[in-house]
Design a protein around this ligand. Structure first.
Ligand code: PXP
Length: 244
């Protein structure tokens, strides 16, 4: 089976730092530890309200890490300007509502075609690999393909909140969407809410090329350290792919 990349989202290192307004803990240091522990990329979400990652963090991450940076961003002119200035390896366009605690749903790639099409084109022209964070549905996968985004990230939030048969049905929905995306030439990623306990069925979906995981890894790092937290996730992902 093809290898599965791990993108470590370091937003909540910045959440803890911002609780006191100083410089500690430093998201760049967290990214370096994640890199040494087996991460393949670093993800950071610059939100409109800057509640965790700040503009300065994006500059520091671009300069301070060797791994590719995946910038999560809302589809706004402000964020487009920031992405074009920094030129991260990848940009994942996400829906954003100021009052939400986290990214609660997928992007309506179908309904927002006219807003997203020029944005995808401008990011792509700048050499940034664009990903669209969508719900695992045929409609959204087809809309992403029409937008000419090379990557989709399938929202696993619903999967993470379900149990039993309903959760198994959601895995099947995610697997179907990943296969559909791959057949259309898109590279499927997945993420949101993944943990040691629930990562295996998602990691086992063969078309999925990357998982982006943040909150659980940073939370677990409080108990076992960030290096051990990332290493264990890496091990579970590799095992799900039939590796060690
Ligand atoms: N992927 C996307 C597009 C996200 O918005 C987030 C949350 O910022 C994640 C993955 C990671 O989710 P979590 O922090 O729950 O692991």
């Amino acid at each position: 089976m093809s290898p599965l990349r791990l993108g470590v989202n370091i937003d909540h290192v910045a959440t803890v730092r911002n609780a006191r307004g100083g410089l500690h803990p430093d998201p760049v240091r967290a990214a370096q530890i994640a890199s040494a522990a087996g991460a393949d990329g670093i993800t950071a979400h610059l939100r409109e309200d800057r509640r965790h990652i700040t503009d300065a963090d994006i500059g520091a991450l671009m300069g301070g890490i060797a791994l590719p940076l995946n910038l999560e961003m809302a589809a706004t002119e402000e964020m487009l300007g920031i992405a074009l200035r920094h030129r991260p390896h990848a940009a994942c366009i996400v829906p954003e509502r100021r009052e939400e605690r986290t990214t609660e749903g997928g992007l309506d790639a179908a309904g927002l075609h006219n807003i997203l099409a020029p944005m995808v084109a401008r990011l792509t022209d700048a050499g940034i690999r664009v990903s669209l964070f969508i719900e695992p549905s045929d409609r959204q996968v087809e809309a992403a393909a029409k937008l000419r985004a090379p990557v989709i990230e399938l929202h696993t939030g619903r999967y993470c909140h379900l149990e039993g048969d309903a959760q198994a049905e959601e895995v099947a929905r995610i697997a179907t969407a990943a296969a559909h995306a791959a057949a259309l030439g898109l590279e499927p990623h997945a993420g949101h809410g993944l943990s040691f306990e629930n990562v295996t069925p998602i990691a086992a979906i063969p078309e999925i090329a990357e998982l982006n995981i943040g909150h659980f890894l940073i939370g677990e790092a409080i108990f076992i350290g960030l290096d051990a937290s990332v290493r264990e996730m890496r091990r579970l992902m590799d095992a799900a792919r039939g590796g060690a």
